[in-house]
Design a protein around this ligand. Structure first.
Ligand SMILES: Nc1ncnc2c1ncn2[C@@H]1O[C@H](COP(=O)(O)OP(=O)(O)OP(=O)(O)O)[C@@H](O)[C@H]1O
Ligand SMILES: [Mg+2]
Length: 268
């Protein structure tokens, strides 16, 4: 099987976690894996150390995202690709895995369009339009580079930065980047590892949903999980057979996602 694994930034605060690296190595003995990572927390931390205050905006649909101006996209690229991606690649190499770090703009793997304007809800609850900055809407994913690497048994590690139509780097959401990549690779599964066990509704883990149920559930969850469910649906709509949302902070998180019961599976 081809499996795309998104490792949430929520799990990477102290570098690549050993439980994920161990289980990744086990899983790659049987399946072809592509890892996509997040890292928003560390981007904010480094930006603020550099004296660049980070701003977050909320859309009328309630989706929260980083406001990415020119300086922020430079810091975002430095941290995501230079630091977080490299740390994962090095952790895998230290265990003998032929990992290759790329970002979505390498080989035009992820092509996006700048959002010209962003409609956001201001402090007083009014809708206002602001300049879109360097946030991208993914237009297409191109699997050529990833397939070339996979054929030669390299393990691709992808940072969520896309190629803009004018050659600029664009901040794209890691979950949606993973969904687009899974779709273009015709992956069997996409797994979103995060710091909770799956989708919780009224405190209960939802074990299975179809796309319709998943769409309805988006209104019942908070920031972070809403985007993840949206990405899980996008992956299914792009032809992926299963999207799984599950805990990355347990022993054998991938084995649990693939064969355990404590996870959320979204199917067509
Ligand atoms: N109903 C819900 N069920 C589960 N988690 C929820 C729910 N509502 C909100 N969340 C939040 O979603 C978070 C996971 O998404 P978040 O975006 O923070 O992490 P991530 O995607 O792993 O990291 P990153 O976005 O940095 O890659 C959980 O930590 C939880 O607090
Ligand atoms: Mg997230």
């Amino acid at each position: 099987m081809v499996i795309v694994i998104k490792v949430g930034g929520s799990l990477l605060k102290l570098g690549p976690p050993e439980n994920i690296v161990n289980d990744f190595i086990k899983t790659m003995q049987v399946d072809k894996l592509v890892l996509v990572h997040g890292g928003g927390y560390e981007v904010t931390e480094v930006a603020e150390k550099l004296g660049k205050k980070q701003r977050f905006v909320v859309s009328p649909e309630g989706i929260r995202s980083r406001y990415t101006d020119r300086e922020t996209v430079e810091i975002y690229t430095m941290v995501m690709k230079g630091k977080i991606n490299s740390e994962i690649v090095l952790a895998l190499h230290s265990r003998g895995v032929k990992a290759v770090g790329i970002s979505g703009f390498d080989g035009a793997t992820l092509v996006a369009e700048r959002k010209k304007r962003l409609v956001i809800v201001d402090e007083r609850g009014r809708k206002v339009a602001i300049d879109g900055g360097y946030t991208g809407k993914i237009l297409k994913a191109n699997g050529e580079l990833l397939n070339t690497l996979l054929e030669k048994n390299f393990v691709p590690i992808v940072a969520p930065i896309a190629l803009g139509t004018e050659g600029e780097p664009l901040n794209v959401d890691g979950d949606r980047a993973a969904a687009a990549i899974a779709g273009c690779l015709k992956a069997d599964k996409v797994i979103f590892l995060t710091d909770v066990g799956g989708v919780l509704i009224e405190g209960q883990l939802v074990k299975e949903m179809n796309v319709e149920e998943a769409k309805r559930s988006m209104r019942k969850v908070g920031f972070g999980m809403d985007k993840k469910i949206m990405a899980a649906i996008e992956a299914i709509e792009n032809g992926v057979k299963e999207s799984i949302i599950s805990a990355g902070n347990i022993e054998n998180p991938l084995t649990n996602s693939l064969s355990g019961e404590n996870r959320t599976v979204i199917r067509p």
